[in-house]
Design a protein around this ligand. Structure first.
Ligand code: DON
Length: 309
């Protein structure tokens, strides 16, 4: 097997030469300010070692990657009844699409599209003030990453709240179908803030390790989720983690992964490692263009695709 550190360094060097880097998201104005030349990667191996290259220590907005953590937390809170309110099928539509919601009576296709994640936020809000629910999500992320320095970027949250009309529409529509228990504004407060969590590749790779490790946290030795639940979250990341680009990601990269419009991707090699990559430019599906390419190169060179024998 090639040396992992060499492979990461070579990927970073190659990505620095690339001209086409995709487009930085501008619909959240604060994200439009990020330098598209940034590139970082980190691999957290199940034995506890973390290897990094490039801008791997710089925090970025994890955006939709946070939906993996809120799903894990909400399943822990309410268990499988969550699936009465959210589906488990790929949507084949953009992350912010509203079209399926009417036909499917307000049940979002999966927990990773915006509509599904808003329902998950609503579940986490039950019995709490929004501020408490946000605090609980942040504590969970800090605990799985074993890093208490992780914070929410308030400017990103405010920027999204000021411009998030599509999410306002989705939340109102969900409420109209009876699939939101709180006022849309309160649920969206939770949603916008968890999307605005800022993490470095090192922190994100460490946070994903429980998914590569049968649900167990390497640092504490505690069970974060059952091994069955970790397996199922990984399955959802593979089938739904890149929206209408999920098939292409599985075809090219071959491991479960979750993207965010901040340009991050968290990916899992079950039994081996958790990976985080960051390159702010996005492809047409809203997924990191060079991040996907880097993961394709990494899984090919390390023979990490779950489909290879
Ligand atoms: O709600 C939104 O539009 C953003 N907070 C998150 C979208 C996102 O990250 C989609 N991912 N590729």
């Amino acid at each position: 097997m090639p040396g992992l550190q060499d492979v990461l360094d070579e990927i970073v060097a190659e990505m620095a030469t690339r001209q086409g880097r995709g487009e930085v998201a501008t619909y959240i104005p604060q994200l439009g300010k990020i330098d598209p030349a940034k590139f970082g990667i980190a691999v957290a191996l199940n034995d506890g070692e973390v290897m990094t290259s490039g801008d791997a220590e710089e925090p970025f907005s994890i955006q939709s990657i946070s939906k993996v953590f809120t799903l894990a937390l909400a399943l822990g809170r309410v268990g499988d009844v969550l699936w009465q309110r959210v589906g488990r099928e790929p949507s084949g539509t953009p992350f912010n699409s509203i079209v399926q919601l009417e036909i499917e009576h307000g049940i979002p296709r999966n927990p990773f599209i915006n509509a599904g994640a808003i329902v998950v936020s609503d579940i986490l809000l039950a019995g709490h003030q929004p501020r408490e629910a946000i605090g609980e999500i942040l504590s969970f992320v800090r605990s799985v990453a074993d890093d208490d320095s992780i914070v929410i970027d308030r400017d990103v949250a405010a920027s999204e709240r000021a411009t998030g009309y599509r999410n306002v529409a989705l939340a109102s529509y969900l409420k109209g179908f009876g699939n939101l228990n709180h006022e849309p504004d309160l649920t969206l407060g939770v949603y916008f803030h968890h999307c605005a969590i800022a993490m470095s590749c090192r922190q994100l790779a460490s946070a994903g390790r429980f998914l590569a490790n049968s649900g167990r946290s390497e640092s504490s030795g505690h069970t974060v989720v059952s091994s069955e639940r970790a397996r199922r979250i990984n399955a959802l990341m593979l089938t739904c983690g890149h929206y209408d680009g999920s098939g292409e990601f599985a075809f090219r990269v071959g491991i479960p992964g979750k993207s965010g419009v901040g340009g991050g991707i968290m990916a899992v090699v079950p039994g081996v490692a958790s990976i985080a990559v960051w390159s702010p430019g996005l492809n047409k599906n809203g997924n990191s263009m060079l991040g996907s390419l880097a993961l394709e190169q990494l899984t090919r060179r390390m023979n990490w695709s779950i489909f290879s024998s």
